[in-house]
Ligand binder design. Structure first.
Ligand SMILES: Nc1ncnc2c1ncn2[C@@H]1O[C@H](COP(=O)(O)OP(=O)(O)O)[C@@H](O)[C@H]1O
Ligand SMILES: [Mg+2]
Length: 287
């Protein structure tokens, strides 16, 4: 990785948004029609800090994706939200749509389980990576292309110049997820929300994408919120783990604490459900 990439991607550590961390406090979200209103997040406290992978685990429907969506300001229509989500000095829950737009996709970016959902099937990879970047930064076409090449190189897509001319259907799922990560990083976010980033990928390519996310975190100081139902993925990557159930965080700690000495019965049952080779039997740190 070049020094300019490193500098460029690390984002501004200071400035109007402060240290680039996300701090969620007592986040409550209700959804659904008036007759069947449901509390889907019930008092979430969570920090996503630069250079750290914060894991959010829990079974399907526990509220992991809604937590990420709340940070992105992308909750379903009709959602009511209370509590606080601070990004540095900025309270995201109080931002106007226009100001939130300037944060979302720029300072805080998101990738999802299905990389094709964030990539347009009819647009070249170059357009996907550069259009949003140019609109937000005013960069020239040539500068935007240079940055796209730099990012594709960073996420280890082979032959970036050729890749820019191709379309999504010409890539495998693993390569597409790398391209989606490159796209998410174009505007130099300080926080990346990765929602089940490897769930749809072949087991053989999962580890590579996880290593890439770890590297981005360690080398660039990116703060990663890793959302996954898979404690095996979690144990490979997260620095800290919060376990959700029914819209609440029921357990949290360092990866080592949560994986090797879970306190909550529910966490124990998630670990017991792991395939044999992921299960920490000897009490050693799984890294
Ligand atoms: N668009 C929606 N409208 C109403 N309820 C929703 C919507 N999306 C998700 N939910 C509900 O919110 C809860 C949390 O969902 P989600 O955050 O997607 O869970 P997870 O990501 O942990 O699987 C679930 O009970 C789900 O049914
Ligand atoms: Mg989800």
């Amino acid at each position: 990785m070049s020094d300019s990439t490193r500098r460029g991607l690390a984002g501004s550590g200071s400035g109007p948004t402060g240290d680039g961390a996300v701090r969620i406090r007592d986040l409550r979200v209700e959804l659904g029609p008036r007759s069947a209103r449901r509390t889907v997040l019930n008092g979430i406290d969570l920090d996503v800090s630069p250079g750290q992978v914060t894991g959010l685990a829990g079974e399907s429907g526990s509220g992991k994706t809604m937590t990420g969506m709340a940070v992105m300001g992308l909750l379903p229509a009709g959602a009511s939200v209370a509590g606080s989500i601070r990004f540095g000095e900025t309270e995201l829950l109080e931002l106007s749509p226009r100001r939130l737009n300037a944060v979302r996709g720029n300072r805080i970016a998101m990738i999802s389980q299905d990389p094709t959902s964030s990539l347009h099937p009819m647009l070249s990879i170059q357009r996907q990576l550069t259009d949003h970047y140019r609109a937000h930064t005013g960069a020239s076409k040539a500068d935007a292309r240079d940055r796209a090449l730099e990012l594709l190189d960073l996420v280890q897509v082979p032959d970036p110049a050729t890749a820019l001319r191709k379309y999504p259907h010409q890539f495998s799922g693993g390569q597409l997820q790398r391209i989606a990560i490159a796209s998410a990083l174009m505007c130099r976010p300080t926080v990346l929300i990765a929602d089940e980033p490897t769930t749809a990928l072949d087991v053989t390519v999962q580890a590579g994408v996880l290593r890439l996310l770890r590297g981005l975190c360690d080398d660039l100081g990116l703060g990663v919120l890793l959302v996954t139902h898979d404690l095996g993925v979690m144990s490979a990557l997260a620095d800290t783990i919060a376990v959700m159930r029914g819209g609440r965080i029921v357990e949290r700690g360092t990866r080592h604490q949560v994986i090797t000495a879970p306190e909550h019965e529910y966490t124990r049952s998630l670990i017991a459900a792991l395939p044999e080779h992921h299960r920490p039997a000897d009490g050693k740190d799984p890294s």
